[in-house]
Design a protein. Sequence first.
Length: 396
Amino acid sequence: MNEACAHCERRRRLLGSLSARLDYRARDPERFWRLLELADSELIDAIGGRRREELHRAYMESSAGTDNANASIDTLCRHSRGYPPGLQSNALAPHALAVRGAGARLAGMLREKVVAIVGTRRATDYGMETARALARDLAVSGVTVASGLSEGIATAAHAGALEAGRPTLTVLASGLDRAAPASCRALCNRIVESGCAISEAPATLPSHYWAMLAGSRTLALLAGLTIVVEAEDRPSELACAHVTQALGKPVAAVPGRLTSSASRGTNLLLMGGAHLIRDSRDALDLLHGAGANTALDPEPEHESEPEIEVDPRLRTVLDRVGAGEDTLPRLMGHDNGTDGLMLALVELELRGLLLRGDGGRYVVGAGARAVQPSRRQRDHRGRPRRKSVPHAHRHR
């Protein structure tokens, strides 16, 4: 179904014809955002160079029909009733959007709170597991999870929401007929079974840098909160966060290791005043106000995980992995009982408390948050025992 007017369709085709020039201008995001706010003729004059007259003539002669031959793709524009209300009043918003998964479904997803979970394509195991768990818990709480379509954090965010059986929204850096990267096409097909994929690029346009940057701005406009899980200190990886800040919306970040390049961007955001995110409750507090998330807890079948009790031996191994001893040689270097260590690792993996990442590294699973101290470490009320305080240090 095509609800886009002739002017907005021409705009989509114009962007496609200017892709090489837009890629060059997108190296300076601030200038690029200003270009996207220009009217069509002004945009041609700004970046057309020696081809200005040719581009103006081709624009005027372009037909008014849609470039979408795919009947499963809906096209919406600023002048159609189905266009997302949150985009209509902003000059930076895309003139037209192509939607796989139906415009009506997109409208339903946007009626819920939207959280954009974004980050680097070169994510660590820690970042992937954090993004997956965060997206899963937010989706169960009724939040619409949104991200781009790429490897790394975006893939983990979509996977977490789908794992919870909830729809997710993805914004492509290519046309919908040529979902890119190719490695994520199967994921895109899974997303549109229950959720939506959107793009402002012409249907057959391959992936472009400008479209990726433009998709980040669309995510920022749609989301009520942007969470950066892992990101390097690069304009492309922080684009969504920077646009969100410019719009006056909350930006949050997950802290990472100081020595990891994948956390430089997120740590810089935190230094600049971004909210710190530890889990989905922190995100829900930002969306609804502190304490409001008690009314938005997951449904009974998805309520907070039951308390998992492990003995001190397993708890010690979990703590060591969480502290950075995430490979077998590191763990064995401080453990004289190799057989006991191996048994503990196998048991933790079988219980889902440890996961195996790239290079054989261990990652603490999301379920480990529910691990409780053993009975010998609890008091008669079931709460963790406090360590005894020597008399010499007690307050009198």
